[in-house]
Structures are given as C-alpha cells and as structure tokens.
Design a protein around this ligand. Structure first.
Ligand code: PLP
Length: 429
C-alpha cells in the first residue's frame, strides 16, 4: 500500500508528517544551499547551533516552558533517562544535603570544613535518608524503578505506590493519592505520565505533588515519552520532564530533557566524583551528566543534528497549525480518544477496554476483542481484517497481548474516524 492508504497505530516510532519528510529528504542531499546534507554538516557548525536553538525556542513556545528551565537534547533514549534521572537527582540531593550539613557545622564552604566530619555526616545521611520515590503504574515506571535499584541499591528506592495490588495483580489503575507512601525528603518523586504498554495515563498532575504556596515542594520527575505535545502540562510543577522524540515529536535518535535551572550550576553543581566515591554513590557517565550537556548547549559530543532538525520542523508545523499552541492539539487528541473509546463502549460484548476508566490513556488505547468466547482467534482476525483496510500497527505489546491503538499526534482525525467505523463494523454479528 502507499503511505496515504495506511493509518498506522503502532506504539513508536510513529509516522511523521509527509511534508516534513519530503523537505528532510531534500535537506539530506543539500541543506540550505550549502552543497552538504544536513546529516553531513559538523555538529560544531553554526547550522547545528541554529537548528538546536530554534528547536528549543519553538518547543518552549509551544508548551509554554518558562525561562527558568533549560532544554537538553540527549542520546540514550527514554531508557537512558531512567539512569540519567537517578544519577543526576541523587547528585543534586547530595549537594543540598551538603549545604545543610555545612550550615549545621557553621562553615561557609566545603573547603573550610573538616573533611572527615563532613564526609561522615553525609554518609550517615545517605544511609538513613537517601530515597528515590517511584509511582509504579505500568511497565515503564517499573523499569525506571528497577534501573534505580540496580544503580544505587534497592535500599535507596521506594515504591511510593503500585497499581498491581489494587487491580488483580495487573497494571490498569492509579491508586488513590491518599494511599501513596512518599518518603520524607526524596531525591525525586518519579512517575510515567503515560504508560505506553498498559494504556494508563495520569488524568492530571497529582495534587499531593503540587508545590506549596511558597513554591517549595517535592522534586518531581516525569517520563512523558508517549504523551508529550498532546496536552498542556504545568511545567513549573516539574523539576525534570523527559521524552524520546520518536512518538509525538520527531524521529528516533534524540531524547529531550526539560530541566529546571535550579538543578544546574551555579545553583546546584554536582558533587565532585571523589566525594561521591567516598559516599559509595555512583556518578553518571559524562554523556548522561545534565550539567555537562547543559553547559555545552547539548553539543558536548556529536549529536544527531538531523533528528533535532526533524523535531524542529515538526514543531514549526505545529506552531503554524495551532495558533493556540498545544491547546489546539489537545482538543484533537481528546476528541480522537473519546471517539475510539466511545466505539469500544458501544459494543461491550465484543470489546473489553483494559485499564480502568479513571486512568485510560488518550494516547495508547488498549483493549481485548472477544467473539464466540475465543479471544485469540477474534484478535487475530481483527488484526488481519484491520490490516486489509489499511489500519495497521494495532497489535498490543508482546508482554500483555491484546490490541493497542496508539493515538499519537500523527493520527489525523480522519484516521481515528476510520478506526471507529471499523470497530462498529467488526462488532456486527
Ligand atoms: N518510556 C516510555 C513511556 C516509553 O513508551 C518508552 C518506549 O516505548 C520508553 C520509556 C523507552 O524508550 P527508549 O526505547 O527510547 O529507550
């Protein structure tokens, strides 16, 4: 089939706008009449810097990211950020703790302190207090939690909440906030805003994590790999937001980190590697150090400028399409999701939506198909018939099975409507 005939509901990478790809194809051969392709220009060139700065400015504009945040382009994907968030936020925790201890000791700087006294007080604090809190609501937050345990030791990680015990051992619900067991002064509270595999999305920013009137509050870190650019987010409530580009922003190859500048130097320099070693804590590989990447405007080492360029072109198109920026995209995303869930709910004998209604994802719509009490057969037929109508990529994640319609920004309203018609038709006896 041709590109126009296919509506692809795969979970990622997702389709990119055809006009962006057509222009990118030209830019691969000759970027801006330079005789060199975009992937051939040096990452040290002015072209590269301009592409990065424009993409940063457009992302900040589209999502209303305030000036006290920086935007980093990194490599290593969402999975790399599971490690990067743990490393960097633990470093920031040590820096804060160190300042507290120096104040208690009545000395101005680390150099003025009795080193043995300082290290011993910090060690004690690390042993008794250092915790990373995770809200485990699906496969990706679980993976992030496991990675932190692997890097730091499980004694430093805390599952503040877990969906499985309240949902027959499976993901699909977000436990009541009143039941969450947050640590006293965690290095971060981490959650995944949209669980791609399990179809679970936080309906809104959790109240218990909101900053207080004086601006203080927990350090909140969120993985928005699968729902970024699909709704307005209260950026100022977060210390770090990260996402791979490959679902709602651009092509596979860059990961975006939106980070509050108060976590970077000069406000919060990372502790020295030698101090971290004395404390028995890990330091990040330099390419995962937010401090290093920020200091170099994402060009510490060779970055795929082509991928940043694609993301930038998608953002330019979004800004042109939606004068009210992300609110415009949100209205469409919400509408598409409502249409698809509506069609599923219209045939309760045939379709079983997997997650609880309170936590249904607008981006990854997970359901089971049953006909004549034979789910395997019905789902295989559903996928085969869907594909014959150009509705592809609907197979659920291999770990959970079933059907998953990924309703990313690249799915036009007409694509969602086509799926809706198919859902109704398939349900007919
Ligand atoms: N986080 C979420 C929510 C994801 O959906 C994925 C991948 O699909 C990841 C993290 C991992 O991303 P990557 O494959 O870029 O490491």
């Amino acid at each position: 089939p041709s590109r126009e005939e296919v509506t692809y509901f795969g979970a990622g990478p997702a389709l990119l706008p055809t006009d962006v790809l057509e222009n990118a194809a030209k830019a691969l051969l000759d970027y801006d009449h330079t005789g060199l392709g975009i992937a051939e220009h040096s990452h040290r060139s002015q072209h590269a810097t301009d592409i990065i700065n424009n993409a940063k400015a457009d992302l900040a504009s589209y999502l209303d990211i305030p000036d006290d945040y920086d935007i980093l382009f990194m490599q290593g994907g969402g999975s790399g950020e599971f490690s990067a968030t743990a490393y960097n936020l633990v470093g920031a925790w040590v820096t804060r703790k160190k300042a507290e201890i120096l104040e208690q000791l009545g000395v101005k700087s680390e150099e003025d302190a009795n080193q043995e006294e300082l290290v011993s007080a910090l060690k004690k604090a690390v042993e008794s207090e250092l915790k990373l809190d995770y809200l485990v609501t699906g496969s990706w937050s679980l993976k992030a939690y496991q990675e932190a345990g692997r890097l730091l030791g499980p004694e430093h990680t805390n599952i503040a909440t877990d969906s499985r015990p309240i949902n027959d051992g499976k993901f699909g619900k977000i436990p009541e906030e009143s039941t969450w067991k947050l640590s006293k002064n965690p290095a971060m509270v981490y959650y995944c805003d949209n669980e791609t595999v399990d179809g679970v999305e936080f309906p809104k920013f959790p109240d218990v994590l909101a900053p207080k009137a004086d601006g203080t509050g927990p350090i909140v870190v969120a993985d928005m790999s699968s729902n970024i650019l699909s709704r307005r987010i209260p950026v100022k409530n977060f210390s770090v937001i990260f996402f791979g580009a490959q679902k709602n922003l651009g092509s596979t190859g860059v990961t975006v980190v939106v980070i509050k500048k108060s976590l970077l130097p000069p406000a919060c320099p990372q502790p020295s590697p030698s101090l971290m070693r004395k404390l028995g804590l890990p330091i990040p590989p330099v390419v995962f150090s937010y401090e290093t990447i920020a200091k170099n405007n994402s060009l510490y080492n060779t970055l795929s400028i082509f991928d940043v360029y694609i993301a930038g072109q998608v953002l330019k198109k979004l800004l042109k399409t939606f004068p009210d920026k992300v609110d415009g995209q949100q209205a469409i995303a919400d509408k598409k999701a409502a249409l698809i869930y509506g069609a599923l709910e219209a045939h309760p004998d045939i379709y079983k939506i997997v997650p609880d209604k309170s936590a249904r994802s607008r981006m990854n719509i997970c359901f089971r198909v049953t006909k004549d009490n034979d789910t395997d057969k019905a789902e295989a037929y559903f996928l085969k018939l869907g594909t014959s109508f150009g509705l592809t990529g609907l197979k659920g994640h291999r770990s959970v099975g079933g059907i998953r319609a990924s309703n990313y920004n690249c799915i036009p309203l007409a694509g969602a409507e086509k799926l809706v018609r198919f859902l109704h038709d398939f349900a007919q006896p």
